[in-house]
Design a protein around this ligand. Structure first.
Ligand SMILES: C[S@@+](CC[C@H](N)C(=O)[O-])C[C@H]1O[C@@H](n2cnc3c(N)ncnc32)[C@H](O)[C@@H]1O
Length: 203
């Protein structure tokens, strides 16, 4: 079974920042790497499901004209909304994926530390919906912890194998460490995948 909402609600009841997104160097560094790996300087419309208290959301907000952040835990939604009150182009919504999914196309979808909470059925639906909602040439970034966690349904490596198996996505970047995997994909339909240097006319 996928991990249920009550699990996350209990975590937020016990801590303002259960994973130390604001305080840990590990998290700050990983966030910087995630943002640095995005191949485009700007995105028009981005989606970040499982956005927690909005720390990565804040970094993404600087790169996006419009950013939709969905989070299942009400405490986390309230904290993210308060923190991002000065960013009117960011909308923080309480909603659980994949049973709900936003309408319309996105040129960026961010799946950060989320996919190992889903069982096979939910993971399949979530990846279908992600692929369907990415505009041609759009970016998907996936980043996940690799060490075993008792409460996770699957490992980070398994999650990344499931993303890699999607025929609609072409991998354009991979950053691998003992602790986490960070991969960037380009959605089919935007022509042959281009590198950043190619897009800027350097090659
Ligand atoms: C480990 S945090 C990751 C936060 C953020 N993506 C990051 O990497 O900085 C996972 C978050 O996903 C949320 N979450 C878990 N399952 C969810 C679901 N089915 N729908 C929406 N949010 C969910 C949790 O409440 C939690 O805040």
């Amino acid at each position: 079974m996928s991990v249920e909402g009550v699990y996350f609600e209990a975590l937020y009841a016990g801590s303002e920042d259960p994973w130390g997104f604001r305080t840990r160097w590990y998290e700050r560094r990983k966030r910087s790497l995630t943002l640095a790996c995005l191949p485009r300087e700007r995105y028009v419309r981005a989606f970040e499901p499982g956005s927690s208290i909005g720390v990565l959301t804040r970094g993404l907000a600087d790169r996006c004209d419009s950013l939709l952040a969905w989070e299942g835990a009400p405490e986390a939604v309230a904290r993210a909304r308060a923190d991002l009150a000065d960013a009117p182009h960011v909308e923080v919504v309480r909603a659980r994926v994949p049973e709900r999914w936003p309408r319309g196309a996105f040129d960026l979808v961010v799946l950060s530390e989320l996919l190992y909470y889903f069982d096979d059925g939910d993971l399949g639906v979530l990846l279908d919906r992600t692929a369907d909602s990415l505009a041609g040439g759009g970016t998907l970034v996936a980043v996940h912890w690799r060490h075993p966690v008792a409460d996770h349904v699957r490992s980070g490596d398994e999650v990344h194998r499931a993303v890699a198996a999607r025929a609609e996505l072409a991998r354009t970047a991979c950053h691998e460490e003992r602790d986490f995997l960070l991969e960037v994909y380009e959605a089919a339909g935007g022509g042959a995948p281009c590198s950043v240097a190619e897009r800027e006319g350097l090659v």
